[in-house]
Design a protein around this ligand. Sequence first.
Ligand SMILES: *Cc1c(COP(=O)(O)O)cnc(C)c1O
Length: 387
Amino acid sequence: MTEAIANRTNRLFCPGPTPVPLDASIQSLHTDIYHRSGEFKAIFADVRKRLTPFFDSKVSPVILTSSGTGALEAAVVNLTEVNDEVLVINGGKFGERWQKLTSGYQCKVHEIKLTWGHAPDIEAVLDVLRANPNIKSMFIQANETSTGVAFPIKEIAENVRKLRPEILLIVDAVSALIAHHVKLDSWGLDCVISGSQKGFGVAPGLAFIALSERAWQTAKNNLRPKFYFDLNTELKTQVNGQSAWTPATTLVLSLQAALDKLEALGVDGCVAHHKLMAEATRDAMHALNLELFSQSHHSQALTAAKLPNQIDGNALLSHARERYGAFFAGGQDQVKGKIVRIAHLGIFDCFYLLQAIQALEFSLLDLGHKCEPGAGVTAATKLIRKK
Ligand SMILES: *Cc1c(COP(=O)(O)O)cnc(C)c1O
């Protein structure tokens, strides 16, 4: 065994940062580029245009230099006012982030708290909206990364729209995009957010935020004080191939190269690939005698599996890192040490996923878990070969 891992390299199997393809990471060595030059303007405009189909928005998304949370904050700051009544769907750590952001910005927050591992019940959402006719906007995740559950955004949007056509639907799709469809215009959403280090396969540091035409109107009329995250200032500058402040030029170059790969598959192809990777992972988890943590609506971006009582999740994670260079994510808060999260998000092939499954299996076996060596990879391979 020791010989087998003599030259181990780090491999990221966590839901962000995801592996960056070599073609994309090489681009970020070009540090000799001036962001106000004609050359960079053309690149920036090209990248915004090519991001647009992944958001399905009429207006191309604004690119922010921040992590995904910066764009979440931008949504709250530009689309709500002090004392606005808002509805937050809280199904895990990221739902909690919407709750903290909206209440921090002095909105009156109605919250639907879900049991972790579950998706929201549409009738329960409609009940809260019926009981609170002053709710102006609704905040939700497309994919709750802490639990591995993808929320049924299309159905929720359809039903909410019928009841309350004017409500703003604000969707954190940071970990959903590329792995799932999240269609701003076709589904009647108002704001869709993502980030570079998840499905887009670029290093951390860029966030993307797309708004519907009426959400842009709301942003124009917004009264809150703001500066760096003023989306109107950004949009005015970005339609001319610039950004208001210095952008992360190297990441934009990297993103341009990553988009070549994403476009080669196309939006539908990316989603189909992630669906297959997710199904293969779920089959592998069953073969490794692990139960899924998600109770329904399993994410195509990552799989969360319960660990048996005798396995300490924190020990498993550090063992996988130290011995195999395999970086999985664990559970947070109430499920700390109790689950493992395996990402299949971003730009990679099935061989990369098979490595993740094998590294997890080695680590489980090392910690005394009972399963047949090779069972995980065998199950995943059978599913992949069948399709
Ligand atoms: C990763 C992630 C974010 C953004 O996190 P940052 O660390 O700020 O990039 C937001 N929402 C979800 C669902 C995520 O998975």
